[in-house]
Every structure is written in C-alpha cells, then in structure tokens.
Ligand binder design. Sequence first.
Ligand code: MG
Length: 158
Amino acid sequence: MLRIGIGYDSHRFEAGRPLVLGGQRIPSDAGLAGHSDADVVTHALIDALLGAAGAGNIGRLFPDKDPRWKNADSLHLLRATRDHLRDRDVHPQQADITIIAERPKLADYLDTMGSILAAHLDLEPGRISVKAKTNEGMGFIGRGEGIAALAVATVEAR
Ligand code: MG
C-alpha cells in the first residue's frame, strides 16, 4: 500500500549559529534557532515520512526536552526515522520539498540537498526534489524573521 504524508516546519533566524538546510551548511549571516541543528528542511521531511507511516511526528520521536537531541545533527534524526519506519515495514519512496525563505538565495544548493537527503534514506538521488521560493515580502518570512519548509512524502507500507 502506498501512503502519503505532509510535513511542515519553521524556525526563526538567530545570529551566530550556522545555517544548515537539507543537511548542507549554507553561507549566511545568521542560522536558525532550535534545540537540534534547526535544519527546517530535514524536519519537514521527517514529519512527512512519519505522517505517511501514521507514526506521529518529530516531537514525539525526538522530544526537545531530551538532552540526547541537543544540537543534534538532523541527518542523524532522519536515519533514525528511516530505521523506525523500517521496523514497521514502512519504506520511503520519494518526497517533494518546498523551502520558503526570503534569504539567502538557495538555488545553488537545492540539488545537493536532495542528494544528501536521499542518501540518508537509502534512495537514489532523484527521489527527493527540493525547491525554494520567497514569500514575496509578506508575513514573518517576508520580513526575514525565519525560514519554513513543506514536504510531501510517499512510503510503501508492506
Ligand atoms: Mg524543527
């Protein structure tokens, strides 16, 4: 059976932190605030995968009160999600991700993000598509307060 899940995440900018999106360090004057590395792209993907599996969400699997996940590499959380799904005989197939950010410009990094995320799910590079857009200056994203990401994922439940 094929199942589909949706994920959303947002984090606010915080000066002095590295910006990590889709497992990739991106040159920026500010990173994102968060308990882990605040990789909003990977978090949205994890929520889409868990949603597709009917397995809750990222906060349930990796509580932010748990010191194990402080400054955690979100790719590590992605692999743990993959293993958690595998234990339920659920297998990620593909995902489509949209990043909404007024800055920095992300076009040069999108293909690599997709390849990194796919590799951590044991998928071929083309299975994860990553797109980016601005919010046309509107709202919290338009004011440059943070970055959001949306993801849709398909899994095969055996
Ligand atoms: Mg998050």
